[in-house]
Design a protein around this ligand. Structure first.
Ligand code: PLP
Length: 442
């Protein structure tokens, strides 16, 4: 290492990067300097297609003029307002806008600053709801193997990714997990929703039987799983979960931090699949990732229970200093308007077949063992290289970046999830770079 690179890398030491192999990164940094539309520009002046929408959040691409302008304007008018016992107009306007996007009676919104906070908020609302209606013994929470629900203690407890859990003690008590909803023998290389896996939801009856339904507060699942490598729910699976939870008075939470606001061509996966859960957690694309923000959509009946059963004072002892932050709200209002004005969800529906073909053409390579997709959400699974897990996927991740495409790696999976307003020719470009990369890595 020469003196110059040592000095540069010393400058990188103080920042402890999240979910990153810090030593590898600091030895070989990937630095992004600016962005516009579908492209990032790197510090060495290269253009890189953002094939992962930032981290599933930049649905409109980067620096969308309407979002940028809304933030700029808001910053000069009201930079901050506490949400505890004070309000500002935008927060109420946004809640009303979101209400129009969510199915059925999911018509109240609690604002957070991230997906993790949305998850912990939803779990707390579920527990509080049961207690207020005289069923305080319902304290158990059911998650799923492979689930990702952020990094709070609630989220990692119901989550099912072992590395995110194993270092952190005993987690929340009274949590159980559904099995992973995937059978490699019947579902690999599926286009859209796999057939024949609805029975994988039946394990919920066994878990409920084991604990007794009267002890269970909520079941939380990602309707389409993202972080564990993009797994699309088999046909009938979510319907079965809804049926079973309803039968036993258990709340169903859809964690839509990735899927809400267009990823599957609709405002929510709930809408796409025609299922109404009791709570929906969102974040990311709510405001194009421009300012940290999340929101929990809550059924009217749940909200009304808090209002009716609390005789006076605060109904929910929960909230964040930055809940409904004016800059985040301004970005969200502009983003939500752009989704409608620019036909963004319609674009996903129109092009998802074209996107699917691109993904499954790539899957014909010998080194790809599986591919899954729905809407603008997809992943390829790569065979181990030199019998080493994640080696080939790691090389694909790095080489595709060098070739001008940023993707997301998760274990042996490479997720491709571009912004939602892209064109056929953008999809072609992503496919070309990925094909070249797969060939080069071998
Ligand atoms: C389904 C799901 N839930 C929760 C989270 C956590 O969100 P955040 O990183 O904003 O805390 C994520 C993040 O990717 C997610 O995919």
């Amino acid at each position: 290492m020469n003196d110059q690179s040592k000095r540069v890398n010393d400058d990188l030491a103080a920042y402890w990067m999240p979910f990153t192999p810090n030593k590898d990164f600091k030895a070989n940094p990937r630095m992004l300097e600016s962005a516009d539309g579908l492209y990032y520009k790197t510090s060495d002046g290269r253009e890189v297609i953002d094939g992962s929408s930032g981290l599933w959040c930049c649905a409109l691409g980067h620096n969308h003029p309407k979002v940028v302008e809304a933030i700029r304007e808001q910053a000069g008018v009201l930079d901050y307002s506490t949400a505890f016992a004070f309000g500002h107009k935008g927060a109420f306007e946004l809640a009303n806008m979101l209400k129009a996007t969510m199915p059925g009676s999911l018509d109240h919104f609690f604002f957070t600053n991230s997906g993790s906070e949305s998850v912990d908020t939803a779990l707390k609302i579920a527990l509080g709801y049961h207690r207020l209606r005289g069923e305080g013994q319902r304290t158990r929470l059911i998650g799923r193997v492979g689930g990702y629900h952020g990094v709070g203690f609630g989220g990692i407890s119901v989550g099912g990714m072992v590395n995110n859990r194993k270092f952190f003690g005993s987690l929340l008590p009274g949590v159980d997990h559904l099995p992973f909803p995937y059978d490699p023998n019947t579902m690999s290389m599926s286009r859209g929703q796999p057939e024949g896996g609805a029975h994988l939801a039946d394990e919920l009856e066994n878990i409920i039987g084991l604990h007794d339904p009267s002890t269970i507060a909520a079941v939380i699942v990602e309707p389409a799983a993202g972080s564990c490598g993009v797994y699309i729910p088999p046909k009938g699976y979510l319907e079965r979960l809804r049926e079973i939870t309803k039968k036993h008075g258990i709340l169903l939470i859809f964690d839509e931090v990735i899927t809400a606001f267009g990823r599957l061509g609709y405002a929510s996966a709930a809408e796409r699949f025609g299922i109404e859960p009791d709570l929906i957690t969102t974040a990311k694309a709510i405001n194009n990732g421009a300012v940290p923000m999340g929101a929990v959509a809550v059924q009217k009946e749940i909200y009304d229970t808090f209002m009716d059963e609390t005789k006076a004072g605060v109904e929910l002892f929960h909230g964040y200093t930055y809940s409904a932050h004016p800059l985040a709200v301004a970005a969200a209002i502009a983003t939500q308007k752009a989704y409608v004005e620019e036909g963004v969800y319609e674009n996903v529906r129109a092009l998802e077949g074209y996107f699917e073909d691109m993904v499954h053409d790539l899957a014909e390579a010998e080194t790809v063992t599986d591919a899954r997709n729905l809407g603008f959400m997809s992943a390829l699974t790569f065979a181990h290289k030199d019998s080493t897990p994640m080696k080939r996927a790691g090389e694909i991740f790095q080489r595709s970046y060098e070739n001008g495409l940023k993707v997301r790696m998760s274990g042996d999976h490479i997720a491709i999830a571009p912004p939602l307003n892209i064109s056929k020719s953008d999809i072609d470009k992503i496919g070309e770079i990925m094909r070249k990369t797969i060939n080069e890595v071998g």
